[in-house]
Design a binder for this molecule. Structure first.
Ligand code: AMP
Length: 445
């Protein structure tokens, strides 16, 4: 199968040739003809599957071939994404695909001045990539009209709900024309996402790129248990031992990111951090430098790292486990992409046992534990398995330091190709998700 057989026009085929895309990925093979035919889509696919081209290519084709010229302050296609970084990334991809088409594309997001965005929108934009909050601001300030809108894409819809955008989405939804094409992409399909889909989509075609957590299949995952206070020390030890070159590290909080970066920099290690408190330009610069290998260790919170496409990233380290189990899939999805293999290591302390259990239940695997000599925790991390059980053992008297490591047990196995199965929609992970509500609600101050 080729992109030409999917019905794409010549200017797009030329862009794809320049980019070196030869064969459509499974999500592209399914999505492109359906979008060209005007169908609504409900697609289970995450970053790394080629989903951006899956919706952007047919969208650009429809914009180029059909519909009126865009009017002032209007937009003909809207792609909503959860974070600023993803907005930049998606827009960059769109820009490359649209290289040979006479279309105007643009990205708007918060954290930067709104005025240049308002100026740019004056002459109208064919395709706009936006984060929900900034989009609403622009709409309320009359910088944007939706009467020409023909297509709406919700990218990473699950994440938008996780980040608390349900109210913004409901308000955007109310402002859009009822007659439009809607494409919804989500890595996972919780009840809230299904509710959202039910309200927004019209007779959608369901696409599932299986396995859903496709990235995990090419990622070798393991856990090192350690006492909380010794995590930084263990990280540095593993880094030196493994001669790590480029590592994306996830920490739970902004303070946690700053503290680890400071510690690493203090040791002369080339590290930088990104989190929501940092100005957008600083975040983008840190990311760009990491991509260019000018920064060796990039420490990030989940919000900042969502959807980042970093080529050939060999290693992801969970310095802290994520609070929302599904974020684990997203995090490790930063490695092992586009067919390459990767490694994901989680440093887990006793406090995090329930988070570990939730991840194992969601991904239906018991993560291999591989403890590091001299870092064995004083506060033992109880055994866990994919059933969601935390296996509490009666307290033992102090362990003798005998060789063979008495109580140490490896429950798990390496997770290699084909061993990770997709979570069923009925598996309800531990997560806090605001319910999408289309009814009138009080706006945030
Ligand atoms: P995405 O899932 O959209 O974030 O895409 C993941 C990565 O795969 C991006 O770097 C894309 O440029 C790349 N990509 C997408 N589709 C193809 C394709 N058909 N052939 C080669 N690379 C692709």
């Amino acid at each position: 199968m080729t992109f030409a057989t999917l019905g794409l026009i010549e200017p797009l085929l030329r862009s794809l040739e320049t980019l070196g895309y030869q064969t459509p990925t499974p999500v592209q093979a399914q999505a492109i003809p359906a979008v060209l035919a005007g169908r609504d889509l409900m697609a289970a696919a995450q970053t790394g599957t080629g989903k951006t081209a899956g919706f952007a290519l047919p969208l650009l084709q429809l914009l180029a071939m059909e519909g009126p010229k865009v009017s002032a302050n209007s937009v003909r296609a809207l792609i909503l994404v959860p974070t600023r970084e993803l907005a930049e990334q998606v827009h960059e991809a769109v820009r490359q695909y649209a290289e040979n088409l006479p279309l105007r594309t643009y990205a708007v997001y918060g954290g930067v001045s709104i005025n240049p965005q308002m100026m740019k929108l004056r002459s109208g934009v064919d395709l706009l990539v936006a984060t929900p909050g900034r989009l609403l601001d622009l709409f309320r300030q009359n910088a944007l009209k939706f009467n020409q809108l023909q297509t709406l894409v919700l990218d990473e819809a699950d994440r938008m709900l996780d980040l608390g955008f349900s109210e913004e989405l409901a308000n955007i939804y109310k402002a859009l024309p009822k007659k439009r094409q809607t494409l919804l992409f989500s890595a996972t399909f919780s009840d809230d996402i299904r509710l959202l889909a039910g309200q927004m989509l019209n007779d959608p075609l369901s696409i599932e790129v299986s396995p859903r957590n496709v990235a995990a299949n090419t990622v070798k995952q393991w856990v090192v248990t350690v006492d909380k206070k010794r995590k930084p020390e263990l990280f540095v030890h593993l880094m030196r031992k493994g001669k790590w070159k480029q590592v994306l590290v996830f920490a739970k909080t902004r303070n946690g990111v700053d503290a680890l970066v400071e510690k690493l920099q203090g040791l002369g290690i080339n590290a930088d951090g990104i989190h929501g408190d940092k100005p957008q330009a600083t975040r983008q610069r840190a990311l760009d430098r990491f991509k260019l290998s000018e920064v060796q260790i990039l420490v990030a919170t989940d919000v900042a790292a969502r959807g980042l496409d970093i080529e050939d990233l060999p290693l992801v380290v969970n310095f802290d486990l994520p609070i929302v189990a599904e974020d684990y899939i997203h995090r490790i999805g930063r490695t092992g992409r586009a067919g390459s293999t990767g490694e994901a290591i989680s440093l887990v302390c006793a406090d995090e046992v329930n988070l570990l259990s939730a991840i194992e239940m969601l991904t239906r695997q018991t993560l291999k534990r591989q403890n590091e000599p001299d870092f064995e925790p004083e506060h033992r991390v109880p055994d866990t398995d994919a059933s969601g059980q935390v296996i509490k053992k009666p307290k033992k008297p102090k362990k003798p330091k005998a060789s063979g490591g008495g109580g140490k047990r490896n429950l798990g196995k390496w997770v290699d190709s084909g061993e990770v199965s997709a979570p069923e929609p009925s598996v309800k992970p531990v997560r806090k998700v605001p319910v999408f509500n289309t009814g009138p609600r009080k706006r945030k101050p």
